[in-house]
Design a binder for this molecule. Sequence first.
Ligand code: G3P
Length: 218
Amino acid sequence: MKFFIDTANLEQIKEAQELGILDGVTTNPSLMAKEGISGHENIINHYKKICDIVDGDVSAEVISTDFEGIVKEGEFLASLNPQIVVKVPMISEGIKAIKYFSEKKIKTNCTLVFSAGQALIAAKAGATYLSPFIGRLDDISSDGLTLISEIREIYDNYNFETQILAASVRHTMHIIDCAKIGADVVTTPLSAIKGLLNHPLTDSGLKKFLEDHKKSNS
Ligand code: G3P
């Protein structure tokens, strides 16, 4: 399973990259705004900085909602760096654009996915990645993980190559459950990745090992 970090914060991206387990980055307009990144030039420079930090794919989201606008923005974003994945919303104009990008060999991430039907359409259009938002489904008493299972079954039935990128991940159990179900990628906040590292028995065990070493070597 690939690990992406879901942030536009350069320090957090660096920290995840230094752990040696990072496969890519996802951003969205809200995450860019959270870092205070605004204005076309600043946004583009920020994507370039992210690409310089990581080795893997970096999702950059279009703002346009019409086919021509999505294509123009997406082609420009893709020209910045081969790592860039054009993030396109799950709307009919977006699906047309994903089909277009797929034929041009431009990588895409179909975002704001909340149903198996949407996942099927995105795969038919040739999306590279599909982003079901599991946390936002959980937030409204629906079940994000059930959606991941449904999509896994559908994609396996027909050998769709679209990679399931579980997004809107809130905590470590989401990551573990996504791994059990067979999501291809999870994109998570740094806190959830770091949460996977922790166990109190690791901490107490290490403390004891170091104490015993000190005793027998003093
Ligand atoms: O990648 C999409 C993700 O950032 C959405 O997460 O926490 O805003 O639901 P959230």
